[in-house]
Design a protein around this ligand. Sequence first.
Ligand SMILES: NC(=O)c1ccc[n+]([C@@H]2O[C@H](COP(=O)([O-])OP(=O)(O)OC[C@H]3O[C@@H](n4cnc5c(N)ncnc54)[C@H](O)[C@@H]3O)[C@@H](O)[C@H]2O)c1
Length: 729
Amino acid sequence: MEDRSSAAGGVRIWTLVFDLVGEKVNKFSKKVMTDFEPIVAELEAAGKAGSIDALMVVSGKPGNFIAGADIEMIRAVETAQEGVSLSKSGHALLNRWEDLPFPTIAAIDGATLGGGCEMALACSAIVMSNNPAAKIGLPEVMLGLIPGMGGCIRLPRKVGLATALDMILTGKNLNAERAFKGGLIEAALPREEFETSALSWVKANLKALGDGKRLAKEPKLGGMGGAVGTMMEKTPLGRALIFRKAREGVLSQTKGHYPAPLEALAVIQGTGTGYGARFRGAEREKAMNREAEGFGKLAVTEVSKNLIRLFFLTEGLKKSNGLPPGRDVKVSEVHSAAVLGAGVMGGGIAQLFAEKEIPTRMKDLNTKALSLGVEAASKIFQKQVKKRKITKRQFLQKLNRIAPVLDYSGFETGDIVVEAVIENMEIKQKVFRELEDHVKPDCLIATNTSSLSVSKMQSVMKKPERFVGMHFFNPVHRMPLIEVIRGDKTADEAVASLFEFSKKIGKMPIVVKDAPGFLVNRLLLPYLNEATYLLSEGVPVQEIDRVLLGFGMPMGPMELIDEVGVDVGEKVAHILHDAFGPRAEPSTLNAKVLGAGMLGKKNGRGFYVYAGKKKEFDPKLYEVIGVTPRPHAHSDQEVLERCVLPMINEASRCLDEGVVATASDVDLGMIMGTGFPPFRGGLLRYADSLGARQVVERLRFYQERFGARFEPAPGMIRRADASEKFHSR
Ligand SMILES: NC(=O)c1ccc[n+]([C@@H]2O[C@H](COP(=O)([O-])OP(=O)(O)OC[C@H]3O[C@@H](n4cnc5c(N)ncnc54)[C@H](O)[C@@H]3O)[C@@H](O)[C@H]2O)c1
């Protein structure tokens, strides 16, 4: 931190520059907190001496004001008491900051999150630039925590309960325009010459700031403003209603799996904070102590530890190139692209590329197919217009980046071609032979196959080393995972280039060996398959889904089969059966549903019946599959174990066969590719919480009843015998 005083026109406005030496972003670490103390003391002295009129805080890091508390510091918390003390030390510092006897102004031109936002809230005013990188918010719930430096107390005071709850319970952040509208910041200023205009703003408003006047817009209380809104927030009955609704909203979103938003609600409700509430002295201390208690309690929960681990996993991804540690190669950049096939996936991939400002050619066999692809992309952009995320003009600009074509014209300049034609080896090989004559020598070529061998496809190519699998998940714009599949002849350069490109388009890549089902489908299939076995034994469809939803999966397995397509599921099940034999034997039930022409969501009938957005269960299904439903035929525990344990068992095989390099790859793949509950930390983190010995014991128990499907993998037995975990820390 350095401090630049500026005495202009007789006004003594000091500027404090927050610039953490040796770090990319500013954050509140233990050391920063310690170093901050003497600065606060100096400011207190200057205030007493009357030698300062105002203080403006800026950041020395472009694009970042203060990113929040140091998460390593939170990760290290081992007891609730430690968490409480950590929070209290933050409170002590920011309370002194809030009490400085002159106006303090946070001038924000970058990310201002968590502790950064809390520091800004302890200032007399916040001015913010319209730089797209400038955003402000309290994302602590995403890490299973609540704001612990006064955010739960100060935010509702400034913006009212409705806006504060919306921000704290969801962790969303706001840009300058929205922060201004919500009354969170006092001014939104142009990003050009930001510090100069911020200083001018401070000078122009010095008197009002000194008088403690509210300069921010009045917030819309109760989410609607006006007398009714005020009544909602200011009367005990209205407030009770707001908290009840918020609680219902949280429970329907989290199904009770995430304790942090509920604790945030309890803190905010229990401390009586709200719009305009006055907090100083003992009252403030009491409220802050309640927040500290909540923070400490949450910091040691398994949920928070798992979410923090996940945070570090995704951070680790940013630094990785997809190759073994220490292996560095030249990566080729992608500026323009082409997609082969304008179907469900091709259209989605083209839309994603266009979204990321990459000009993209999209080729198909006829204009009808092409127009379907363009229409699919257009629908996604239109939704963004509707949600006011983009303007109509931006919509047109984005859509125009997709050039539909019937031949290879323009392919010669593309940096990457992603193939997404139908899932047929002969057709794909033919397409690649043809394609190679139309692209430049260093063009990356990728296939989006979900089940065919990348090595086999590459075997017909003249330059197989630049060929790699790029397995997207459906729907492309929503699913964050990409499996980067390395074929026998794929070069490191191609793997690293595709890995980088996947990150550039906002996805999370994991590198996977070319083996049947790759990683995610190979693990998911035993899960879906077992669900159909359970159904064939009479466990009702909704009961199976209820148990897995209760476990935290985003949708139950029966609904998921409908979503993927009963036909697709059946096809992949047989591919895996051919590859892995008896342990992957498909139940015959899926085939019966398919035989009745029920394909799932795509034709409105599968395990459920679909009409528009509505999903219903039709008991006629039982006649079609010849099953008599027997509610509670098996215990919930059995339903859960039979679906989840085979995934763990198969994952241990994948690790031992080198399908992926680490247990973290499995966890990231399952969370990002299937929505496996993040609060459980991933499939193998969950396995570790059970212990290998228990996993093997339960597998053996089911093996006795059902045979090969539950035979413990050798690596699983080894881990159980050695009491070994999948994760070492
Ligand atoms: N649908 C999924 O959920 C999903 C998920 C991941 C991967 N995949 C894979 O993506 C690929 C495409 O799947 P989809 O669901 O989009 O299929 P789709 O049937 O919706 O689309 C395939 C498109 O390819 C076109 N096509 C066929 N031959 C072509 C050729 N020679 N040149 C150009 N276009 C040609 C077809 O006209 C059609 O428009 C498959 O390999 C599939 O395994 C699908």
